[in-house]
Each structure stands twice: as C-alpha cells, then as structure tokens.
Design a protein around this ligand. Structure first.
Ligand code: SF4
Length: 328
C-alpha cells in the first residue's frame, strides 16, 4: 500500500538502514536552513501540536510490519520538518517500541525545542538522539539556519548539555558546514569548547553533498572539512550514504518473525514517498528499498512524465527528488 507517513528505508551515513516516520506531513519546522534537503519551510513555527496524530502513524507502521519487509537498523523520527514539534512524539516512540520491541529508535532534531524541559523528558525514551548544531555565533546561526525569531543557539547548547546529564542513550551531534556561512575559526573554537562539555558519543562533521534550499549555499572544501573533523575529533566519515557502525544495541531479529517476500507492486509509491523526504541517486533508492534498478528507472520515468521529478548533478552523481507541492 502507499504510505503518507512511513517512508524508506533509506541509507543514512550516520545510522545505516533506517525506516523513516514523518511526524509533520508537510514542511513544518522551527528553522528554514539554507541547506535543507526537503525544500523551503512552509510553516516556520515553534508551536508544538499533533501535526500528525500518533494513531495515524502507528497504524501505517503496523501495516508496514504486516507486509514482511526486511527490518531496518533503525526507525527514525524525522520527515518533512522538525519532529519534536509533534506533541504526540512520546506516544509515537512508545508505539514503535511496542510494535518492534528490540528496534532502535532514533530522533533527528535541530534541537531548538530542547530548551523546553518537557521535550527533553520525552526524548529520554529514544535510543539515539541526533541533534544538529551548526554555529554558536548568533549571526552565523541566523544566516544558515534561519530560525524562528528569538531562537538562541547558546540556550540550545545549554539545553543539550542538560539533556546529556540524564539521557542513557547515545547522542550523535552533527555539524553541517557551508562555505561562508559557518566555517569561521571563531565558530570552530566555540564548537570545540561546546563539544568537549557536551561529550557526545560521536560528532559527525559534514558538508553539503546534495541539493539544498538555496543554490548559493555550497559545500566547504575537503581541507576545511578535514580540519574541522580533526579539531572536533569527529567520526571517520567516508560518505553520508553508506552505513557505518553505530554502536547501539543489536536487534534480536524477532520483531518480525513471519517475514515474507515484500510486495513489490508498491515500488512507485515507496520511491515517490522516499524522494519527497530526501534527494537520492537511483542506486541509493534501489539499495535501500530492496528493488531493482529497472523498477527505479520505471518509477523515475513516470514521475518525470507527471512533471514531478527534479534532478540535480553533484559531482558525478545524479540526485532525484520530488518535493511536496509540485503537483498543486
Ligand atoms: S534541515 Fe532540518 S531543521 Fe533545517 S529546515 Fe530542514 S527540516 Fe528544518
């Protein structure tokens, strides 16, 4: 069946093969980052509410489970915006764990809501939290992340340090560098001090490798990236799109004992849903969704015919995406 809120799995360089849950259903975020892969934020807000009710997401996930797909390494809360804005998040995490008792649950977050103690308390139920922090200099932070008015990067940093004191799971901090936005020496020094105090389980320093919201937002060169990685003691990071060891708990493999051959007839819907959340190459789609390149090719052609497909070349790679609202 086609899904509105379950997408992927996708291969993530940070956590491996991950099935995504979209907690927003549309581009709702507390930031409008220049590098965002899902496109420009439509609703810039810090208001928390049940943008997608837990029951709807969990119903889809139960359906997905019943289809007997190969289990991913993670189920990740993310989607078209900032997942912690969904006030049903704790119910969703508990529901995922009920359906898949030994599954790792990850939450991707820009961390802006973590200044709220209630959000920090809710996130304690996750296994891995992946906060991003791109700059601790207010002017840089505003330029690259374009957050809701009044968002203070130093308050977010303090909130993350508070969270670290209680959280028993793992924190993978991400710093995304964009040339001219946040690659200053002053920021590097501040990030170094912050990271030393936070003590994340891993730091991932990355740069743009896929199309973002603004064309002028470009990647830093490899020397800059290497320097930042060294100073921040970042994890070796070969490629954002290949799996790597995460050090989190092993799944028992019993979450889906009645595994059957997944139905391939829904390949088009799965490809479309995945490309709405993340630009990917044909090879990445085929690998993550366990379908053939031929099936991917057919789906891409159909999307192109419908006028929904965007393609951008980065280096030698062609990235495809179909963003929300293309057909409206
Ligand atoms: S990158 Fe994340 S935090 Fe930034 S606008 Fe996109 S969804 Fe929001």
């Amino acid at each position: 069946m086609g899904y509105k809120y379950v997408f992927g799995p996708v291969f993530s360089g940070r956590i491996g093969r991950s099935l995504g849950l979209d907690l927003l259903g549309s581009r709702v975020c507390s930031m409008d980052c220049v590098y965002c892969e899902v496109g420009k934020t439509d609703i810039l807000t810090s208001e928390r509410k049940a943008y997608v009710p837990a029951a709807e997401i969990l119903q889809e996930l139960e359906q997905w489970k019943g289809e007997g797909h190969l289990l991913p390494d993670f189920i990740t809360l993310g989607g078209l915006g900032e997942p912690t804005l969904n006030s049903d998040m704790p119910e969703i995490i508990r529901g995922v764990k009920k359906l898949f008792p030994s599954m790792n649950v990850a939450v991707l977050t820009n961390a802006s809501t973590m200044t709220d103690p209630e959000v920090r308390r809710e996130l304690l139920e996750a296994d891995v939290v992946l906060p991003s922090m791109d700059s601790l200099i207010a002017s840089e932070f505003r330029a690259i992340n374009r957050p809701c008015k009044g968002t203070d990067p130093l308050a977010i940093a303090r909130a993350l340090i508070e969270f670290r004191k209680e959280f028993k799971g793992k924190i993978f901090l991400e710093v995304l560098l964009s040339r001219g936005y946040n690659d200053s020496d002053e920021n590097l020094q501040k990030m170094k001090e912050f990271s030393a105090e936070l003590g994340p389980d891993r730091v991932d320093v990355v740069t743009l490798s896929r199309p973002g919201t603004l064309d002028k937002a470009g990647p830093v060169d490899s020397a800059t990236l290497g320097h930042w990685k060294k100073v921040l003691d970042a994890a070796p990071f070969k490629n954002r799109d290949c799996g790597q060891e995460t050090g989190v708990k092993e799944r028992s493999g019993t979450d889906n004992p009645a595994r059957v051959q997944a139905d391939k007839s829904d390949a088009f819907d799965r490809i479309q849903a995945s490309l709405m959340r993340r630009p990917q190459t044909a090879q990445q789609l085929a690998g993550a969704l366990e379908i053939t390149l031929g099936e991917v090719d057919l789906a891409l052609k159909k999307l192109e015919k419908n006028g929904r497909l965007h393609v951008r070349q980065t280096g030698d790679e062609f990235y495809y995406d179909c963003r929300l609202g293309d057909d409206t």
